[in-house]
Design a protein around this ligand. Structure first.
Ligand code: ITT
Length: 181
């Protein structure tokens, strides 16, 4: 798996190991193209990284889409984390509809093919930061049907319901069905 983000790698490796699939971390930062949707950004990153790496690999792109902000930050989620952070996003949504969804798209290159697997989690942005597990927006994200933020859940509970957990289980099924392990 190619990623610069340790939190992502931990979630993904624990889920794949549960399915009996071993995974190796290629810690690498890569440029992401600008664009509106997570599917095309993930695909383009996979094609670009594929020019530099031999063999099969996968990467994933995750976006956070806030309804009241017409989808912002979407694919610019990392930029928002690095600039205004969680407190800034809470402020931006003051007095507004707080609905937001996470979208993860995994792109797997094997042989001369690229295959994509997705996962979505719907919820709201909380009014304060809560919890210390996870990473990124987890302390301000409350999934639908929950009172707790993702950062107040165990890694197991988060993976069970999350955008990334859903996408990774689709990848695991594909790996098994196609005997890629
Ligand atoms: P890559 O090297 O894999 O691209 P990244 O951290 O740049 O790592 P993304 O662009 O996909 O990853 O993520 C955008 C931002 O969203 C980034 O700041 C993450 O910390 C945050 N994020 C991604 N998945 C998250 C999750 O499950 N919970 C909370 N925040 C998340």
């Amino acid at each position: 798996m190619v990623t610069s983000n340790q939190g992502k790698y931990q979630e993904i490796s624990s889920e794949l190991e549960k399915a009996g699939i071993s995974v190796e971390w290629k810690r690498m930062e890569y440029d992401e193209m600008q664009g509106k949707d997570t599917y095309s950004i993930s695909l383009r990153s996979c094609m670009d990284v594929g020019k530099k790496l031999e063999g099969d690999f996968f990467l994933e792109d995750t976006g956070l889409y806030c309804e009241a902000l017409n989808g912002f930050p979407g694919p610019y989620a990392k930029y928002v984390q690095e600039t205004v952070g969680n407190a800034g996003l809470i402020r931006m949504l003051q007095g507004m509809n707080r609905k937001a969804k996470f979208v993860t798209v995994i792109s797997l290159r094997h042989g001369d093919r690229i295959v994509q697997f997705d996962g979505v989690l719907s919820g709201i942005i909380s009014e304060s930061e809560r919890g210390s597990n996870g990473f990124g927006f987890d302390p301000i994200y409350i999934p639908d049907g929950e009172d707790r933020t993702l950062a107040e859940m165990s890694p197991y509970e988060k993976n069970h319901i999350s955008h990334r957990g859903k996408a990774i289980r689709k990848l695991a099924r594909y790996v098994e069905e196609n005997k890629l392990n």
